[in-house]
Design a protein around this ligand. Structure first.
Ligand SMILES: Nc1nc2c(ncn2[C@@H]2O[C@H](COP(=O)(O)OP(=O)(O)OP(=O)(O)O)[C@@H](O)[C@H]2O)c(=O)[nH]1
Ligand SMILES: [Mg+2]
Length: 205
């Protein structure tokens, strides 16, 4: 038996283990309306195999789930997504994706416990599915950034038009992204970390 390759001895794959140098862990949550790409973002950015809770969509949801604009979607998150990414040697982000469908939004309470900030993912073809999400985040007082996920036929609005359409205050950052790409998804998380840092830094720094 090759001792080094023995899973019995080594347990989980070493890539899944936290680096010993990690000193700070931050929990962040990805929110957004139905089918905007939350599970895709968590999956693309995670350095461990992401946990997903996707279920096949069936006829039972007809008339309940608003699938307008995402008719080809076959699976939906029913509880949460989970992934992890290290930033440098010391900082680790734990990334939780929420379910997009309103009937599962009661799960937000648990998912937001201990979270430092959030990313609101929006699809510019269906901005209206994000209005309630942003309202709920504002009610919670959780700092957030908005990321516009680029789908093939997405209208590309100037950021100030997007800000006006979403009724966002000037201090909330807006970025463009492609949730399928690791680099782009990572940039979104970095935008949130910068925003959290700026909010915590004393004025003038
Ligand atoms: N072209 C393109 N397709 C994307 C992008 N992000 C996600 N998709 C596709 O859009 C579909 C929906 O993505 P999901 O990640 O399941 O969306 P979600 O927000 O998790 O959906 P719910 O959990 O049901 O609310 C999937 O088929 C993805 O492959 C993107 O950036 N560009
Ligand atoms: Mg999902």
């Amino acid at each position: 038996m090759d001792f080094r390759d023995s899973e019995t001895v080594l347990g989980p794959q070493s890539a899944d283990l936290l680096p010993a140098s990690a000193t700070t862990a931050v929990k962040i949550v990805i929110v957004g309306g139905f089918g905007v790409g939350k599970t895709t973002l968590v999956g693309s950015v995670s350095e461990i195999r992401p946990l997903t809770t996707e279920e096949t969509m069936t006829q039972a949801g007809a008339g309940i789930d608003d699938t307008a604009g995402v008719e080809l979607k076959t699976a939906t998150t029913v509880a949460m997504d989970f992934g992890r990414i290290s930033i440098g040697d010391e900082l680790v982000l734990y990334v939780f994706g929420t379910p997009g469908q309103e009937r599962f939004w009661f799960l937000w309470n648990g998912l937001f416990e201990g979270a430092l900030g959030a990313v609101v993912l929006v699809d510019t073809r269906r901005l209206e599915v994000s209005f309630d999400v942003i309202g709920r985040l504002e009610d919670r007082g959780v700092p957030f950034v908005v990321a516009a996920n680029t789908f093939p036929e997405s209208p590309s609005y100037p950021l100030d038009e997007l800000r006006a359409a979403l009724d966002l205050p000037d201090e909330v950052p807006i970025v463009q992204c492609d949730a399928r790409t690791r680099e782009s998804s990572r940039d979104v998380l970095m935008a949130l970390m910068r925003h959290l840092y700026n909010l915590s830094a004393p004025p003038g720094r």
